[in-house]
Design a protein around this ligand. Sequence first.
Ligand code: FES
Length: 101
Amino acid sequence: TRIVFATADGGRHEVEADAGASVMEAAVGAGVPGITADCGGACSCATCHVHVDAQWLERVGAPEEHEAALLEFADNVGPFSRLSCQIQVSDELDGLALSVP
Ligand code: FES
């Protein structure tokens, strides 16, 4: 599954991710800048914050309650914000486009 990250420095990173992994794991594995994932995917740090491109939002879905609560502490939160450790990679998400705030 291909995931494309646009980073704050204007970079573009195409990452190959395995189904079942989280988008955060794919990003960290590929060294995408701006995703530090300090808590290791436990949904408690918000340093894996991404903005989902508008056309993908429906397929990715809305955050769970706990994730939404944590997002309130992240910077640059918008209507497309998700924590990437809470997005599971699947075949349906091939080509997923995200930006790192
Ligand atoms: Fe910490 Fe996602 S890695 S909240």
